[in-house]
Ligand binder design. Structure first.
Ligand code: BES
Ligand code: MN
Ligand code: ZN
Length: 508
C-alpha cells in the first residue's frame, strides 16, 4: 500500500503514533538543561544521559526511539541523528533511518517535524521542493524491499500515513504548502518508478523471461498511453540484429527488442536514447559462470528496469523531454544451439564481432540497442547495464562506473547524480583499452584483457554510438546488494532511476 503524505498542522482526527524529530549532535548536547526544556524535563534528561553514555549521539543514521509514557502527546518520539550541512543526501539518509525506526515499532501514522534549524541550509541551497522530495524519497525507498513468494503471504507492515508538520517559525521562506506538495508529489512519482524497477528486477528468471519483460513493458506503456514496439525474433532477424539474436539463440525463451517512445517536447529536435541491458538471466552461456552467486544474475536486467522505471516517472511527471527507450532483452543460456567462442557475428550496425567469451553478452545486445535507438531518432545516448564484474573490483558496491565520449553529457549525468545521491564515478576511456578489443577475425572481439575490464566493456558499447554524445553507466556493483543500506534494500536497488529522471526532467 502506498504511503499517503500530507503537509500542515494536524486537524483533528486520530493522533499519529509517533513524532519524528531530526536532531544534531550540537542540539543534543543542549538537552537536559532545566532552564531550557525542549520536550519534557524527563525526556530531555533521558536523552542527555544517553549522550553522555555514548549510546545515542545524534550521529547520521543513528536513531533513538523514546516511549513517552504520557509525558508527551504522542506515544513515541523517534529522534534521528542529522549532520548539519549534509544537504539533500543527509536529509534523504535521515529520512531513511527514521522509516526503519518507525518500521521497528510498526508505526502506521507518523508525524515528521519540520524544523527550520535543521532544514534551513538545504532549503536555501536547493529549494523547499527539493527538500520535500528528498524527505519523501528517503521515507518511501527505505521501506520498499523484496516481496517473497510464499505459500502463506504473511501480513506485511505498511507505513500508511506521514504528516509533515511545520514547527512554529517554519514559515513562508521555508516554502509554502503548495511548494511542499509539489516536492512530495515529485518524490512519490519518482519512488514509484524506483519501486517498479526494484520489483521487476527481483522477479525470478523462470517468471521474467524476455517475452514476459516485453509484456510488462507493454502493460506499462499502455497504462501511460505511450507508443511501444516489441520486436520479436523474426523481425529482429529481418532487421539484422545479430548481437541480440546471437545471445538469445541458446535459450528456448526467444529474445525481444523493446522500444518505447515518450514525446514530451514537441518543439525540441533532441531525443534522449535510454538503452537498458535486459538479460533476464545470465548463466554466462557456453563460457558458463561458476555456481556460487549465480542466482544473483536474475538482476542482469537491472539496466532495463532502471530505464522502464525512469520512463514511468518521466511520463507521470509530464517531463518536457523526448525519450526513445530501448531494451534489448535475452536469456543467456548454454545449449546445442547457443552461440560459442570463435563465432563471428554481425551486429545490426554492420560491424562484426568475434566472440571470445559468451559471458560478455551485455555489450552484444547493447550494440544493437544503441543502433536501434539511433535509427529511431536518438540524438544523445545513455546506456545502463550490469555490464561487468570488473566495475565491482574498481568501485565495489559504492558507485556506478561511467564511460563516455562526451564531457558535457557526462557533466550533466554527474550533476544529476549529485542531486540524487546515486554515486557515479567516471572511468577512463583511454584508446589503449579499446586496442585490447582488436580482432584477427572481425571488427572487434567481445572481450580482451582481464584488467581495465569496465573501461573496455564500456568502450565496446561506445563503438556503436556513431559519434553521438554517449554515456555508459555500469551498474554491475550497484544494482543488487547483499545487505540493505540507507534507502536501499537488500536485493534489487532500482539504482539510476532517480538519476535518469533528474537528468531528463530538469532544464539546463
Ligand atoms: N552480467 C555480468 C556482469 C556482472 C557480474 C554484473 C556480476 C554483476 C555481478 C556480465 O554479463 C559478465 O558476465 N561480464 C563479464 C565480462 C567478461 C567476460 C569480459 C565479467 O565481468 O566477468
Ligand atoms: Mn555475462
Ligand atoms: Zn550479463
Amino acid at each position: 500500500m502506498a504511503t499517503s503524505f500530507t503537509y500542515g498542522a494536524r486537524s483533528g482526527g486520530q493522533l499519529p503514533e509517533a513524532l519524528v524529530r531530526f536532531i544534531t549532535e550540537e542540539q543534543l548536547k543542549g538537552f537536559g538543561d532545566p532552564a531550557n526544556v525542549i520536550i519534557h524535563p524527563e525526556i530531555d534528561a533521558r536523552l542527555k544521559k544517553g549522550y553522555d553514555k555514548e549510546v545515542f549521539q545524534a550521529k547520521p543514521k543513528q536513531t533513538e526511539i523514546v516511549s513517552t509514557l504520557g509525558l508527551f502527546e504522542l506515544p513515541y518520539i523517534v529522534f534521528v541523528g542529522y549532520e548539519d550541512g549534509s544537504g539533500l543526501d543527509g536529509i534523504r539518509r535521515a529520512a531513511a533511518a527514521a522509516a526503519k525506526a518507525l518500521k521497528s515499532i510498526r508505526v502506521k501514522h507518523a508525524e515528521v517535524l519540520l524544523q527550520s534549524t535543521i532544514l534551513n541550509v538545504a532549503i536555501t541551497e536547493k529549494g523547499a521542493d527539493a527538500v520535500a522530495q528528498a524527505l519523501t524519497e528517503g521515507l518511501v525507498l527505505a521501506l520498499h524491499d523484496r516481496k517473497p513468494l510464499k505459500k502463506d503471504q504473511t501480513d506485511r507492515f505498511a507505513l500508511e500515513e506521514i504528516t509533515f508538520k511545520p514547527e512554529a517559525g517554519f514559515d513562508e521562506k521555508h516554502g509554502n504548502k503548495q511548494v511542499w506538495e509539489l516536492g512530495i508529489n515529485r518524490g512519490k512519482i519518482i519512488t514509484d518508478g524506483v519501486g517498479y524497477a526494484r520489483d521487476l528486477t527481483n522477479l525470478p528468471g523462470n517468471d521474467l523471461t524476455p517475452e514476459r519483460l516485453a509484456f510488462h513493458a507493454e502493460e506499462l506503456a499502455n497504462s501511460l498511453d505511450l507508443e511501444i514496439e516489441v520486436i520479436d525474433e523474426w523481425t529482429a532477424t529481418e532487421q539484422r540484429m545479430g548481437g541480440l539474436l546471437s545471445v538469445g539463440q541458446g535459450s528456448i525463451n526467444p529474445p525481444r527488442m523493446i522500444v518505447i517512445h515518450y514525446k514530451g517536447a514537441s518543439d525540441s529536435s533532441e531525443t534522449l536514447g535510454l538503452i537498458g541491458k535486459g538479460i533476464t538471466f545470465d548463466t554466462g552461456g557456453i563460457s558458463l559462470k561458476k555456481a556460487p552467486g549465480m542466482e544473483e544474475m536474475i538482476s542482469d536486467m537491472g539496466g532495463a528496469a532502471a530505464v522502464l522505471g525512469a520512463v514511468k516517472a518521466l511520463a507521470e511527471l509530464k517531463a518536457e523531454v523526448n525519450i526513445v527507450a530501448v531494451i534489448p532483452t535475452a536469456e543467456n543460456m548454454p545449449s546445442d544451439r547457443a552461440f560459442k567462442p570463435g563465432d563471428v557475428i554481425r551486429t545490426m550496425s554492420g560491424y562484426t564481432v568475434e566472440i571470445v567469451n559468451t559471458d560478455a553478452e551485455g555489450r552484444l545486445v547493447l550494440a544493437d540497442g544503441l543502433t536501434t535507438a539511433i535509427r529511431r531518432g536518438a540524438t544523445k545516448l545513455i546506456d545502463v547495464a550490469t555490464l561487468t564484474g570488473a566495475v565491482m573490483v574498481a568501485l565495489g558496491y559504492e558507485a556506478t562506473g561511467a564511460v563516455t565520449n562526451n564531457d558535457s553529457l557526462m557533466e550533466e549525468v554527474k550533476r544529476a547524480s549529485e542531486q540524487t545521491g546515486e554515486r557515479v564515478w567516471q572511468l577512463p576511456a583511454y584508446a589503449e583499452f579499446k586496442n585490447n578489443l582488436k580482432s584477427d577475425a572481425a571488427d572487434l572481439k567481445n572481450s580482451g584483457s582481464r584488467y581495465g575490464g569496465a573501461s573496455a566493456g564500456g568502450l565496446f558499447i561506445g563503438h556503436f554510438a556513431e559519434g553521438l554524445p554517449w554515456v555508459h553507466l555500469d551498474i554491475g556493483g550497484t544494482a543488487w546488494l547483499e545487505a540493505s543500506r540507507g534507502w536501499e534494500p537488500k536485493g534489487a536497488t532500482g539504482v539510476m532511476v532517480r538519476t535518469l529522471v533528474e537528468l531528463a526532467s530538469t532544464k539546463k
